[in-house]
Each structure stands twice: as C-alpha cells, then as structure tokens.
Ligand binder design. Structure first.
Ligand code: MG
Ligand code: ZN
Length: 374
C-alpha cells in the first residue's frame, strides 16, 4: 500500500515537473534552447587565476559549478594553433595547425553554425581580433590556411551568420582583388556599421547586423577599446534572441593570446579581466533565461604563463622567490600543450565535467541541443 502510494506520488511529481521544466533528455540532461560559447584565446589556468589576484571586483569564473579539462593537441602536433583548435570546437574533428573548417585531407567539414541554422537557430560571432581571424573564422569559413583572410572574408556574406562584431575592415574593403565585400554583405541583408556599436533600437529591425570596427584587430584594453567585448556580446544576445528565437553565439577574448605571445603581463591581465566581465554579462542573462547553456573555455594556453613570486637576493647573495609579492612570468613566446579548463552553466552543464579532448566540446553541444540531425 505504502509502495503504491509513493509510486502514485512519484508519477504526479514527474508530471508536475514535466509541465514546468525544460525538455528532459534520456541521459538525464536538460535540453538547452540557446548556446553561448565563450573562448578566451590562450587562457590557461594561470591566466584565469590572475583574475583572482588582480581583479578588484568579484570574479565571474567563480560562478560555475561544472568544470572540466580538455586536451588541445591538433591532429599532427602536440601544441595546437587557434585554427586547428577552433575547428575542433566548430566541427568536432582534429585537424592540422592552420586549418579552418577542413579535415587533414583538406576536405570541408560541416560546422556548428551550418548545422544549427538548419534548425532555425540564429548565429552570432564576436571577437576582439579581426572577424576573419582563426578563432571566429572556424565558425563560418572553410579554407586550407588561416592566413587566407581575404578568402575567409569572402565567405561571410553567404555564411549562416546573422550578427557579427569585431575588427578586420581591411579584409572586406581594401582587398588585393579590389572587390568591395561591404556591398556584397549589404546585398545579403546585412546592415554594416564601421563606426561603433549602435543602440539596440537602431539595429533591431535589421535582418542581419555586422560591425567592423577596426582595420585589423580591435585596439587593446590598454589603448582605447573600452567595454566593446561585453557590450557587443550583450547586443548579440539581444539581437539574436528577438522574438524568442533560439541562438548560438561564439564570443572570443582574442587578445589574451596576443598578450601571451608578447610576454606582456599587464596586457594579459587587462584582457583577461575584460573577458571575465563578458562572462558575467552572459551568466546574468543565462541565469534569468534558464534555457541557455554557457560554455567557457580556451583553445590552448599561450606563453607558459605562471603566477610566480618576485625574485629577491638575500644577504648571502642567494636568489629566492618571494611568497608575498607576485611577479607573473612566461616560459615561451608561443603556445603550450597544457590542458585547459572548460566551465559550463545551464541545461546540460554537467555533461562538461571530466577530462576529454577539445573535439568533445562540439559533440557535447550537438548531443544536448540535437542540432546535428534534421
Ligand atoms: Mg583567436
Ligand atoms: Zn596564439
């Protein structure tokens, strides 16, 4: 009798739950309607740790409950570049360094935005590099080498992208072939702005929106970029999510990597804090929305960055490392092979716990959203 009562109670509970909760998947995960992938280029654990020592306000990385680690190696090399790792995220396959959306044999892969668009998902890309740079390019272009930025730009007008913001005007306007891709973007329903982010009301009615706000990469935070990355990311969400449409947004803190290559810690820390602010804006939205999966990761670590203590020489002339004063250091001008963290929030976030290959980020997103099949 007791057993029967509890069974009935359980059935009623399940029914009530089903009425209010997002759709339940057979594996126990929830199905996200929207996905926001935030890539901190070159952001290893030491870079993230820097936020906890140098940021004056609360660190948004600390808001995640679900954390994993990915191995970033490309198909051919232990140390990946941003093209192979961007392609791992966007297409779910390991490829050679330099490859954008193509396999080892140079054949084209189908990417996440092409798959999602078949399900009427709106697509957005934001970067602090040129929008034709390796990381964002991996989400809409297919070229044999990342340096083919004019060719990458040429693939934007007919891509599945509905909103983009970043630099790279010269690859659209001052091209070696003389073609003006801005008019081609406009004839493909894009409104293009080269001056600055406009109020949302001014862009809302456009079918598609593109911002090209620098000749090549956007300025550094240390120069004059301001809050472009968090603001463009927020506008992308608002633009894509009009009329409650499902959306996929990739937003990149591109220059954390560049600071690592330059072995310039103030540059790195200011770019990292800007990225953390962007994470905060995205989590604020996702917490309210309840149907958005947020994944924050990096394509690889750059610079072999460490939060070392400042060196000092004692009375006997011996070199010691201070444990009370930090002096960040670098061990390389390039990338490193260190595993990098993945942070996830929202429906299905627990699927991102564990240690796995970078290509799994793609497969987990597809598994949760169902964007792979028609
Ligand atoms: Mg990048
Ligand atoms: Zn790099």
């Amino acid at each position: 009798m007791n057993k029967f009562f509890y069974s009935c109670f359980f059935v009623v509970l399940c029914f009530l739950y089903d009425c209010t909760a997002p759709k339940q998947k057979t594996n126990g995960s929830l199905t996200p309607k929207n996905v926001i992938l935030l890539i901190g280029d070159g952001t290893g654990l030491s870079q993230i740790s820097a936020a906890f020592y140098y940021k004056k306000s609360p660190v948004n990385y600390a808001r995640f409950q679900h954390i994993g680690l990915i191995k970033t190696s490309s198909s051919e090399q232990d140390i990946t570049d941003s093209a192979a790792s961007g392609t791992a995220f966007s297409c779910g396959e390991k490829t050679y360094n330099g490859a954008i959306g193509v396999r080892d044999d140079q054949s084209e892969l189908t990417n996440l935005t092409e798959l999602a668009a078949q399900h009427a998902v709106k697509i957005g890309l934001v970067a602090t590099s040129s929008i034709t740079h390796a990381t964002p390019a991996s989400f809409y272009a297919h070229v044999l080498d990342r340096d083919m930025q004019e060719e990458i730009a040429q693939q934007m007008p007919r891509s599945k992208v509905d909103f983009f913001a970043g630099g790279g005007l010269k690859f659209f306007k001052d091209r070696s072939d003389g073609i003006n891709l801005l008019s081609e973007l406009e004839s493909n329903n894009f409104n293009i702005d080269t001056l600055g982010l406009q109020p949302l009301d001014a862009v809302k009615s456009n079918t598609k929106q593109g911002y090209l706000l620098a000749h090549d990469g956007m300025p550094k935070i240390l120069e004059s970029r301001g809050d472009f990355l968090p603001q463009a990311t927020v506008q992308a969400i608002q633009f894509l999510h009009q009329n409650d449409a499902p959306f996929f947004l990739m937003s990149e803190g591109s220059q954390i990597d560049w600071a690592g290559h330059d072995n310039f810690s103030d540059y790195l820390i200011t770019e990292l804090i800007d990225f953390d602010e962007t994470i905060g804006k995205v989590l604020d939205f996702a917490e309210k929305d309840g149907e958005t999966l947020v994944v924050v990761t990096a394509d690889h670590e750059t610079g072999g960055f460490t939060l070392a203590g400042e060196n000092y020489i004692n009375k006997e002339g011996k070199v010691y490392s201070s444990y009370s004063r930090l002096e960040p250091k670098f061990s390389t001008k390039g990338h490193s092979a260190a595993l990098v963290p993945v942070f996830a929030f929202g429906p299905g976030a627990e699927l991102f716990n564990g240690v796995y290959e970078n290509t799994e980020v793609f497969h987990k997103i597809i598994e949760l959203t169902g964007w792979g099949g028609m």
